[in-house]
Structures are given as structure tokens and as C-alpha cells.
Design a binder for this molecule. Structure first.
Ligand code: SAH
Length: 354
């Protein structure tokens, strides 16, 4: 596979341009073109010879949108194809204040959560920083006319959530490089405060992330109130206990001053009766955190069932009554397979069935 220009920081790009015997200002033109989501050969300010030279070593376009699915509620779902043919998916949610894009960090996942479609075929490979960034660059370019903000910083995608396929902290170095690049001034310049990173709770990496000093929103997939129940759906729970996760969250708060978030997917008969609500209140009471309740998107390969709407609101009510800050996440994009990994899994199914 060729290398990827979008992996590079601006100073690294400048060094590359100079090493190829080009003037320094060409780096700026190249960087601007890339940040506009252009393929190398689409950047008109650069000479054909220089672009050809770059394309000998670097992917002309690391990712392309293979298919787009439109939900009735405006949500868009993309199937991205990388240069090696691997597929990942992404979702764009349109809100009044801007667009939030959900990005994938790995092809597949090795965490093995029972409710999740991303993990069905295990981990295929990590994505590089530039491959992750490119998901946003192409979608942002597609929606150029909806850009908000001033001048060079005008962009359609204003918020990013790392909640697509993959476990971000299992691909730590590339994800970190992606975070540095996506927040970089002169680039997409998306504020870290508008970025949420969701993890199944890889404790040592949570500490490392806290020490990086990036004020993003840390979100932990909790989905249970005791380790035994958690381990039934999340194998990672055998390695890291809930108590250790909570300690790491406290550390994150101390280091960044940012409150943290928990995701709690409601699975019928598993984690959402009254005793679980009470246990969750006990566990999180008084902590600087917010709980996002998620409705289970039933994955056809798994037997787990979603909780009914009425019971979901009842569960939310019990948390609120106990003093927790909590919301039940609005379900969007259900008609287009909103849950992570569902689209890729169904696509691979269809292509193998043929
Ligand atoms: N690996 C990261 C990101 C995963 S996706 C993590 O584990 O946090 C973001 C959230 O969606 C996680 O909380 C994940 O547990 C949840 N999720 C995965 N599959 C789901 C499904 N079928 N229905 C509802 N939530 C799901």
C-alpha cells in the first residue's frame, strides 16, 4: 500500500515538499487542497509533474465514498472504501448548530462486545490517522454549501464522535495523531470540545489520554453496574473492573477539568430493571458525569433484545430521581442501520451471498 499524505502534520508536509525540491509555499497549497478533501490530482495550484511525483509514493485519494444511504430524518450513512478495498462506515447527523460526523477508527474490532456488529468478524486492521481524517475531509467537501463559521475555518462538519467501528484506544497512536491533526489550526480546526471519544474502557490508555491534555469529551461504554453482568456482554470487563474505570475517569476530570460521559445501552432482561437503576445511581451519584442511555439497535446475528420505549423512559426517570444527569438518546437513522458495524456487516453478507 502507498503512504498517505493526510497522515502528515503541516510541518511534516512542508519538510516533504522541500525534500522534493519544491518551494515552501507549495506545502501550503498542497495542505489547503488536502484539507478541502481534494485528491492530489485535483489540486489545480500545483504542477502536473509535482503531483505525479507525489502520486508515485502517496495515495492520490486514500478513501472514497462507495455508497450513501439517506434516512428520512436527514441522517446520512456512508460506506467508505479504502485503497486496499477495506470498508468502514460513517454517519452524518444534521443538527441546527452544525453537523456531527461519526467516524470509524478500525476495520472491524477485536473487543468482542455481544451487542455490536463491528466485532462480528474480528479486527481486520487499524486505520491510520490520515485514513480516519479522510472520512471527514470527503464528507465535509460533499456538504461544502452547508459550512458554518468564518473564512478559512468555515466547515460543514463541526462536531466529531469516535463512535463508529473500532475501539479508538486500541489504535492509540494513530487516533492521537488524528486528534492532533483534526484540531490543528489551519486545517479543519475542529475544537477538541466538539470531539467525543468513546471507549469500552481500556484503563491504562484512559490515563495516557488524560495526560495528553486534549480537552475532548471522554465517553465510556458502561452498559452494566457490576463486573459480572458487564462481562457477559463485554469481554473487556474481565481485564478492567468498573471501579478501575471510575478511577481513571476521576483522573481524566482532574487533569482536563472536563466532565465525562457514560453510555448505557438498554438490553431487555439484562441491565435495565429497577435494581439496575438503583445500582447505577449508587455507582455514579455525585460524580461530574452524564449518562447517555442508548436504545439497543438489534443486530440480527445476536439474540439480545431492545427495551420498550415506555420502560426506557421509566429507567431514565429513576436515574433522574436519584439525582443523576441523564438523557435517553434520540434514535436516529434507524431505517439505514444506524448502529456501528451494521452497514458493513450487511454489505459483506450481501456480497458473499451472491
Ligand atoms: N469501541 C468504542 C466505540 C463503539 S461505538 C466503545 O466501545 O465505546 C459507540 C457506542 O455504541 C458504544 O457505547 C457501543 O457499546 C454502542 N453500541 C454498539 N453496538 C450497539 C448496538 N447494536 N446498539 C446500541 N448500541 C451499540
Amino acid at each position: 500500500m502507498k503512504k498517505i499524505l493526510q497522515d502528515l502534520t503541516y510541518p511534516e508536509l512542508e519538510e516533504l515538499v522541500l525534500s522534493l525540491g519544491e518551494k515552501k509555499f507549495r506545502a501550503k497549497q498542497l495542505y489547503e487542497g488536502l484539507m478541502q478533501g481534494k485528491a492530489i490530482d485535483e489540486i489545480t495550484s500545483l504542477s502536473k509533474a509535482f503531483k505525479e511525483r507525489l502520486c508515485e509514493e502517496y495515495e492520490n485519494a486514500p478513501v472514497r465514498i462507495k455508497e450513501t444511504f439517506f434516512s428520512a430524518d436527514g441522517t446520512e450513512k456512508y460506506l467508505f472504501e479504502y485503497a486496499d478495498g477495506n470498508l468502514v462506515e460513517g454517519v452524518l447527523m444534521k443538527y441546527k448548530y452544525g453537523y456531527t460526523q461519526c467516524v470509524s477508527t478500525q476495520v472491524g474490532c477485536r473487543m468482542g462486545c455481544k451487542f455490536c456488529a463491528s466485532t462480528l468478524g474480528g479486527l481486520i486492521r487499524n486505520l491510520t490517522a490520515g485514513e480516519i481524517l479522510s472520512q471527514i475531509l470527503v464528507v465535509n467537501a460533499l456538504h461544502k454549501k452547508d459550512a458554518v463559521g468564518q473564512g478559512k475555518e468555515a466547515r460543514a462538519v463541526t462536531n466529531v464522535v469516535l463512535m463508529g467501528s473500532g475501539e479508538p484506544l486500541d489504535n492509540y497512536d494513530e487516533v492521537l495523531r488524528f486528534l492532533r491533526n483534526v484540531t490543528a489550526e489551519g486545517g479543519l480546526c475542529i475544537s477538541a470540545r466538539n470531539i467525543s471519544l468513546s471507549t469500552c474502557g481500556i484503563v491504562p490508555k484512559m490515563y495516557r489520554l488524560a495526560d495528553e491534555g486534549i480537552p475532548l469529551n471522554l465517553t465510556v461504554s458502561l452498559h452494566a453496574t457490576d463486573d459480572e453482568t458487564r462481562a457477559r456482554t463485554m469481554p473487556v470487563a474481565k481485564a478492567y473492573k468498573i471501579a478501575e474505570i471510575l478511577k481513571a475517569c476521576e483522573y481524566y476530570f482532574k487533569k482536563t477539568g472536563r466532565r465525562y460521559y457514560f453510555e448505557y445501552t438498554l438490553i431487555e432482561g439484562e441491565n435495565c430493571d429497577e435494581t439496575h437503576a438503583k445500582a447505577l445511581v449508587e455507582l455514579l451519584k455525585g460524580k461530574p458525569c452524564h449518562v447517555n442511555l442508548i436504545r439497543l439497535n438489534e443486530v440480527k446475528e445476536r439474540s439480545l433484545k431492545a427495551l420498550g420505549d415506555k420502560d426506557a423512559y421509566r429507567f431514565l426517570g429513576m436515574l433522574e430521581k436519584g439525582g443523576l444527569s441523564a438523557t435517553l438518546r434520540r434514535q436516529i437513522g434507524v431505517d439505514i442501520g444506524g448502529a456501528c458495524g451494521q452497514l458493513r456487516a450487511s454489505y459483506l453478507d450481501e456480497t458473499t451471498e451472491k
